[in-house]
Each structure stands twice: as structure tokens, then as C-alpha cells.
Design a binder for this molecule. Structure first.
Ligand SMILES: N[C@@H](CCC(=O)N[C@@H](CCS)C(=O)NCC(=O)O)C(=O)O
Ligand SMILES: [Fe+2]
Length: 238
């Protein structure tokens, strides 16, 4: 599904796949420079069609972390879009054209995304915040009324608690939260809402750690193919 984000100057769309992943496409409507966040292999044709229709010049494809539940389309997109660069955290262990660290900027026209390192779900998790702090793309660090699990891929509940409280909950209350997944079809929240109502992150750190260490969730079905593939931009089979 594609839903307008209603974010004025920044071109808009979000997508959902069978892994309930949201892909975000941001663009400067004047210069047409665009950035895509967390593109999924299954939906590469749809995404490239939209980018072409809108006449966008896609410059960077960024992953918020090395995903465990689906394969990224970053590598394939690079083969199909001249000049496209892939980006991911330096601490993800994955190959990419750009290795991101705290405070880095990803510019697109008159806009930009700033990198905040938010480890805990994985060591290489980042949150991408627009220059005006009106939007934060939180990957699996902060989900709507939830958060990423911390039981694989260097997961650490204590680290995640600090990341969310120090790097995301310190953003303005009005800042919109766009997560990498939602399993209930929710599309957007705000920092203020999550600070108040997130059932996990409103707990004390000790309670949070206890809860996260006892979630006993089944492993993502595609973890064994996704992680090795995503360490090489999704191109393990080429
Ligand atoms: N059933 C899905 C996997 C669901 C899952 O584990 N989601 C992760 C995020 C993707 S790595 C998560 O952190 N969930 C948090 C939670 O509380 O559910 C599949 O088989 O792919
Ligand atoms: Fe994840």
C-alpha cells in the first residue's frame, strides 16, 4: 500500500511488503534528488516504477540496519539506477558505498537526513532524522507502541533502552516517528505519543530488560538467508 505522509516539501510515499516492512521515499520536489530508506527485494520493481514516474534522481539507498526478516533491494537498485550509492552503519558489518556514523548527513536537494546511532536491536541500527527534526525514521529501534527485539544479531536490551531514551525521546514531541515495521498496519506516531504510551519504553530500565529478555518470540522465518544476503547489499546470489 502507498500512503501519503503529508510532509509538505519532502516528496512522499511509504510501502509495505510481506515482512510488514515500510520503505520510505523522500525527495526534494524542486531538485528531484531523492533518498530511499529500507527498500525490499520483493518490491524493487514497484519502487523503481514510482521513482521513474515521479521523475526523481535517486542518489542514496540507505538501510537502517542489517535486516533479519527480508532481503534488501539496495544491491539490485544499484545495478538499475546509475550513480546510486548504498549506505548503512559502519557498525552493521555490511558492505556499502557509504559507511555511516553518528552525525553524518545524507543530503537530498535542500533537505538532509542526520544519522543518530541507536544500537540495541543490532549494533548497527541507526535512526535518520530530517534536518528540521520533524521526522525520524527509527528502523527497528523504536516501533509504534513497541520496539525491536533484542535476542539476536548483537541485541542488547540495556543498549536499546539508552538509545531510545537518549537519541529519540530527546527529539521534539511533535517529531513524527516512522518505523521500519508495523504488524498492525499503523503507519506513524510521534515522539510525544511514544514517550507517553509506549508500553515497553515507559518502563524502568530494569523492567524493560526483564521484559525484553523474556519475549520468547519465534525467530524470523527468513533470518538464515536474510542476514548473509544483507551483509552484501542483498546480492549474495550474484
Ligand atoms: N514474524 C516475522 C518476524 C517478526 C520479528 O521478529 N520482528 C522483529 C523486527 C524485524 S527483525 C522485531 O523486532 N519484532 C519486535 C516484536 O516485539 O515483535 C518473520 O517471520 O519475519
Ligand atoms: Fe530488524
Amino acid at each position: 500500500s502507498r500512503a501519503p505522509l503529508g510532509c509538505g516539501e519532502i516528496g512522499d510515499s511509504n510501502f509495505k511488503s510481506s515482512s510488514s516492512t515500510y520503505t520510505y521515499l523522500l525527495a526534494d520536489t524542486n531538485t528531484k534528488e531523492a533518498v530511499i530508506i529500507d527498500p525490499v527485494l520483493e518490491t524493487v520493481d514497484r519502487d523503481l516504477k514510482l521513482i521513474k514516474e515521479l521523475g526523481l534522481n535517486l542518489t542514496v539507498a540507505v538501510n537502517t540496519h542489517c535486516h533479519a526478516d527480508h532481503i534488501t533491494s539496495t544491491g539490485l537498485m544499484k545495478q538499475r539506477v546509475a550513480g546510486l550509492k548504498s549506505a548503512i552503519s559502519k557498525f552493521s558489518g555490511a558492505t556499502a558505498d557509504i559507511h555511516l556514523t553518528e552525525g553524518d548527513n545524507i543530503p537530498f536537494g535542500r533537505h538532509s537526513l542526520t544519522v543518530k546511532e541507536t544500537p540495541g536491536h543490532t549494533d548497527g541500527c541507526i535512526t535518520l532524522v530530517t534536518g528540521d527534526q520533524t521526522m525520524a525514521f527509527t528502523g527497528d529501534a523504536l516501533l509504534i507502541r513497541g520496539c525491536g527485539r533484542t535476542d539476536f544479531q548483537q541485541g542488547c536490551a540495556e543498549k536499546l533502552y539508552h538509545s531510545v531514551h537518549e537519541k529519540i525521546f530527546t527529539l521534539p514531541d511533535e517529531c513524527l516517528i516512522y518505523p521500519a515495521h508495523d504488524y498492525l498496519g499503523q503507519t506513524v506516531s510521534t515522539v510525544g505519543e511514544e514517550r507517553k504510551f509506549n508500553p515497553r519504553l515507559t518502563k524502568s530500565m530494569e523492567e524493560f530488560v526483564e521484559l525484553m529478555n523474556n519475549l520468547n518470540l519465534p525467530k524470523p522465518k527468513k533470518i538464515d538467508i536474510s542476514v548473509p544476503a544483507n551483509l552484501v547489499c542483498g546480492l549474495h546470489h550474484v
